[in-house]
Design a protein around this ligand. Sequence first.
Ligand code: GDP
Length: 361
Amino acid sequence: SLTIGIVGLPNVGKSTLFNALTKNDVLAANYPFATIEPNIGVVGVPDTRLTRLAEIFGSERVVPATVDFVDIAGIVRGASEGEGLGNKFLANIRESDAICQVIRAFKDENVVHVDGKVSPKDDIETINTELILADLQTIEKVLPRLQKEARVKKDVQPKVKAVEEAKAILDEGRTLFSAGIAQGTEQAALLHDLHLLTTKPFLYVFNVDEEELTDEAFKDEQRALVAPAEAIFLNAKLESELAELDEADALELLRSVGQEEPGLATLARVGFDTLGLQTYLTAGPKEARAWTIKKGATAPEAAGVIHTDFQRGFIKAEVVSFDDLVEAGSVAEARARGKARMEGKDYVMQDGDVVEFRFNV
Ligand code: GDP
């Protein structure tokens, strides 16, 4: 499955955040016999629609989609120079599908900042510089050979052009993602086998003081720093406290700081979206469940997530949108109202589709 690597300077609250994430580990909660790797947190993507479906279908349990966070050892200035920890760090990032930077915004004299002052802008620059330098090194290693090859092989020319353009962007101190060369674009496809770091989607977690959770002007400033990447604001210490409370107490604590849901819930949802994923829903007496698919997946591909046989033997999918189902109150009533659609193999799954597959075995 796809993973999000958590990176950041030392002492910004990564471990605190990661501990809170693992306290919410749905694997630990739902699958007590699963092997859990110490540096991976599997977090449920909160979805209130599942609770509603469970009511309609009388489901025994609810199974949310999940997103995997990987705790990557702390970045240090000079990581791209590649000695020891630096190499391992970059290799870990290379294996992640998205990069989540934890940025310190909280002020606390008792917690030392590696660079002596709290400055989100400088910290973001420090981390991005290491990633950019690593990508430049990769490019400098392959570009001369590619340029030579392109002189005799015309079909290599588009790739050379893409690599040269990427180099120009990186030389300006910009990440490829922020310049719009993100995974899924044609240019990123041409760069694919270079395994660059900065084409990965980025998201930013600002570890803020409680007062800043509701400080819209402050948050807008940080959002502007990281756009087009998403920014999430949370207090890591508060998150780890929330993870220990029951739902009612957690809600009360959240309300006291002006929040509706835990920052981790937002992080899971935004992270899931950043990975290019979406869900569709199934429900029955046993469970109401969200299944993970890539955005743009077709009905047979979606069926394949449940079982490869479902994809191979796919006939059609009966689809009711969640809103129509809730309004009708049951699948039978939705059918009677003409709200249940029979979709074939070319159908592209939509968010909120409640599905039953028909297939040959
Ligand atoms: P890491 O090095 O990035 O993993 O940082 P840690 O999670 O170990 O946190 C470093 C220190 O900062 C610890 O003493 C934490 O208790 C403290 N810390 C973490 N998050 C917060 C926060 O939101 N507010 C305050 N005041 N301290 C925090």
